[in-house]
Ligand binder design. Structure first.
Ligand code: NAD
Length: 560
């Protein structure tokens, strides 16, 4: 039974733990469960359905008590959210080592996991939930921003100004699309079947307007694009009606994608040819009929996307499974347009770029402003980063401890980390900074249906890489390191690793930051170079990442 209880990170310059490494873990564990940050804090659930920060409140209290009292050369072991031991290590070692949700592969099924969870033996850690570095919805917004930024780089000279994007789905993750497009300078037409979802996005400032009709919305967006204005407009309608209708009219969006919940034909995607209320009734009364109607609608939706592609639009799948559903419904060429990881994220991963993030442990907005300034000053020529940080400052609503995310690559992350460390050392910041990243990163995840889908050498399911990544971060002296299973896509489907390192303005923290923030992205460069990606091979050569064997540039299962 859960106890209703509210926790929030301690703030200010004074720590209750003996080291800032332990204090950082303590504050970030609390922050993950701050009601502003967590989905269901009373059940210790941070995000992603059931991703938890600690096994139960008893474990939470014991972790906090241990972090407060452990010595500067101690390391706490956490097994799926439960503190199980404190060992003597050394001052450069991590203060916490975490393993979440791991099962021996033959037993790694959702059913077996749930049995063990019911017995109180394990916990689902998701990615940053159980590794204490979740920072709220800014993460998904920035990831979506980075995707559209890479679309702009690859197709439109680095900017979406003067371009417009057609997409659908304004839900939990998809709702980040309009703001991510306008942040990159473009205009967006977003089709959403549920008026409440569209309204919510408008209220939260993620969407600029809701049009009364498709004609009105289309005209607004086309006009905005031709004026070079960044505007997002929602239209309440079904994508399976609107996308084919726009094809029939010969309308040419510059970019087409989709984030309806197509992965779930029954409880997610809404079939066309009926109102939303009728769909909800049909779902409950005749689920089989609903499924037939839903997959038929997805086939129409996907065909329209193929037609847009044939007519010259840039079209990509946003990881929602629409292509697979449509293929099952008879669209044999559904996979003619690419998935977003293969097309846009992998080139970033190949150069060791990924979602670098930090939280100011003081709780002061002024500290965040100083770190934002430091990042802007450190990378003056990185236009997407400059645009993003300025945009996020203005648009992102704070949740919990002041935090920021931006994508940085190999050779960049330690520069930012050392800049923050210097601000702490000089007393510009009121307290240290916790620096980490998502597990969805360059070298830290094996997830064949998402991050490692379609690897060039066929190594999608090889999970040695995230394990090596965690070992490297432990050896390099991160403040806490974690190895997880099942995050993002579910039990049985992924293995991934996380880290956080605290910039505390000391010689020791400088050493930790330099090693961790260099070696962590280096594992991503190595992983992608080993798989034969030219960008990674070039990066490794340019920056001198040592690889004892020259990787083959065309591995045996070469895919175009
Ligand atoms: P969600 O369920 O919160 O939102 C989906 C939205 O789509 C809802 O608002 C729903 O009303 C709307 N919708 C459903 N059918 C529609 C239709 N026919 N026409 C118009 N609107 C329709 O889901 P979410 O969290 O926003 O995620 C969306 C999808 O994108 C999921 O399938 C998710 O897995 C996928 N996704 C994947 C990644 C990734 O990393 N692979 C990243 C982002 C999103």
């Amino acid at each position: 039974m859960s106890t209703a209880r509210v926790v929030r990170a301690p703030r200010g310059p004074d720590r209750s733990a003996r080291t800032w490494g332990a204090e950082g873990a303590l504050r970030m564990l609390h922050n993950n469960l701050d009601p502003e940050v967590a989905e269901r804090p009373e059940d210790l659930v941070v995000y992603g359905g059931s991703g938890k920060a600690a096994r139960d409140w008893r474990s939470f209290d014991a972790i906090v008590e241990t972090l407060r009292t452990m010595g500067p050369e101690d390391t706490l072991l956490v097994q799926s959210g439960k503190p199980v031991g404190v060992l003597r290590t050394h001052d450069l070692a991590p203060r916490v080592l975490i393993a979440n949700s791991n099962l021996v592969p033959k037993w790694a099924t959702p059913e077996h996991f749930r049995e063990l969870e019911a017995l109180g033996l394990t916990m689902y850690g998701q990615m940053t939930a159980g590794s204490w570095i979740y920072i709220g919805t800014q993460g998904i917004l920035q990831g979506t921003y980075a995707t559209f930024g890479e679309v702009a780089n690859q197709h439109f000279g680095g900017n979406l100004a003067g371009r417009w994007v057609l997409t659908a789905g304004l839900g939990g993750m998809g709702g980040a699309q309009p703001l991510a497009v306008t942040g990159n300078g473009g205009a967006a037409l977003c089709i959403e079947v549920d008026p409440w979802r569209a309204r919510r996005r408008l209220d939260h400032g993620y969407l600029d307007e809701i049009a009364d009709s498709l004609d009105g919305g289309l005209a607004r967006v086309q006009q905005a694009a031709s004026d070079g204005r960044a505007v997002s407009v929602g239209v309440v309608a079904n994508a399976a009606d609107v996308f084919p209708e726009l094809v029939r009219r010969g309308v040419h969006p510059d970019v087409v994608t989709d984030q309806t919940s197509a992965h779930d034909a029954l409880n997610g995607y809404v079939p066309n040819g009926m109102t939303l209320d009728e769909a909800i009734e049909l779902r409950a009364a005749k689920p089989n009929e609903y499924l037939d109607r839903s997959t038929a609608a997805m086939a129409l939706h996907c065909r329209a996307m193929l037609d847009f592609q044939a007519a010259g639009s840039v079209v990509f799948d946003y990881g929602n499974g629409l292509r697979g559903q449509a293929k099952d419904a008879g669209v044999t060429n559904a996979f003619d347009y690419p998935g977003f990881v293969v097309a846009y994220i992998r080139p970033l991963f190949a150069r060791g770029a990924g979602p670098f993030r930090w939280a100011c442990l003081s709780g002061d907005d002024a500290d965040l402003a100083a770190t934002d300034d430091a990042v802007l000053a450190a990378f003056p020529d990185d236009d997407p980063l400059q645009r993003w940080v300025r945009f996020a400052r203005e648009k992102v609503k704070g949740q919990g401890l002041p935090s920021r995310i931006c994508w940085l690559g190999y050779g960049e992350r330690h520069i930012a980390g050392l800049a923050f460390d210097d601000l702490v050392a000089r007393g510009v910041l009121r307290a240290p900074v916790a620096i980490g990243r998502d597990h969805l990163d360059s070298g830290s995840v094996a997830s064949p249906e998402r991050e490692t889908e379609g690897m060039r050498d066929g190594s999608d399911a090889i999970a040695d890489w995230p394990l090596l990544n965690a070992l490297v971060n432990t050896a390099s002296g991160a403040s806490w390191v974690s190895i997880h299973h099942g995050g993002g896509v579910g039990i049985g489907k992924s293995i991934h690793a996380g880290l956080v390192v605290v910039a505390e303005g000391t010689d020791l923290s400088r050493r930790r930051l330099e090693l961790v923030l260099t070696n962590d992205p280096a594992t991503g460069v190595i992983r992608h170079a080993d798989a034969g990606y030219e960008i990674a091979l070039d990066t490794a050569r340019d920056v001198g990442v040592r690889m004892p064997l020259e990787p083959a540039t065309k591995p045996p299962t070469w895919q175009a």
